[in-house]
Design a protein around this ligand. Structure first.
Ligand code: PXP
Length: 237
């Protein structure tokens, strides 16, 4: 299982003082040197953390895979085609949310998502859809030509009741198995931290985890290199 690190919150910190430090591309290089297989960033419509120049800089400087997380809007699609990340992850995006709140509703947005997938495929860019582990959503993702899915683990991560958490874990496991049986690549992420990663990392059908906030927060105390290595050790175990 690969570990991709989301470095959005390095940019949040950089933007707090309007300067150039800490530099997201510099952080990405540290994550890669510590063993991360890829870097994730979310270019939001409001540019609240990652900016266009950051994505260009990441594209040029990282060695592993660049996953550009984005809403399927014309403006961001145009920028993504220019940057040519290794793959894009399409997410629902709402202006007032603190972070991505839910998975995509593939049925309700079928035409828009199908069009975006076609456009990316014309440019040889694979597409992942961020969805909840629901069979219908997975089937639709396959039907409209998605290459991968990213299973939304946020509800699992937020569940404090053990019974509920086990139920949600079972859904993630079933979703991952079903997606794999359809030939889809399977990523997972959102809300994963050092205390809840182990059961997710035990799901062998998941190819890659996308983790951001917990690692960046931990890095304040132990350094980014160490924070990534600690997470990698838990994933490997
Ligand atoms: N995957 C997706 C689609 C996300 O939107 C986010 C948050 O940016 C993550 C993974 C990473 O979540 P977290 O920062 O909670 O680890």
């Amino acid at each position: 299982m690969r570990l991709a690190i989301n470095i959005d919150h390095i940019a949040t910190l950089r933007n707090a003082r309007g300067g150039s430090e800490p530099d997201p591309a510099g952080a990405a290089r540290i994550c890669e040197a510590a063993g991360a297989s890829g870097i994730v960033c979310h270019l939001r419509e409001d540019r609240r953390h990652i900016r266009d120049a950051d994505v260009h800089s990441l594209r040029q400087s990282i060695k592993g895979k660049l996953d550009l997380e984005m809403g399927a809007t014309d403006e961001i699609i145009r920028i993504a085609l220019e940057i040519a990340p290794d793959f894009v992850t399409l997410v629902p995006e709402h202006r007032r949310e603190l972070t991505t709140e839910d998975g995509l509703d593939v049925r309700a947005n079928k035409r828009q998502l199908e069009g975006a997938i076609k456009t990316f495929h014309q440019h040889n860019i694979p597409v992942s859809l961020f969805i909840n582990p629901i069979r219908e959503q997975i089937d639709l993702a396959r039907e409209i030509g998605s290459d991968m899915i990213e299973i939304h683990t946020g509800e699992y991560a937020d569940a404090h009741d053990r019974h509920k958490q086990n139920e949600l874990l079972k859904q993630i496991q079933l979703g991952a198995t079903h997606a794999k049986s359809l030939g889809l690549g399977v990523n997972a992420g959102h809300g994963i931290d050092y205390s809840n990663v182990a059961p997710i990392a035990a799901i062998t059908e998941i190819d890659e985890l996308s983790i951001g906030y917990a690692v960046i927060v931990r890095s304040i105390f132990v350094g980014l290199d160490h924070a990534v290595r600690e997470m990698l050790a838990l994933v490997a175990r």
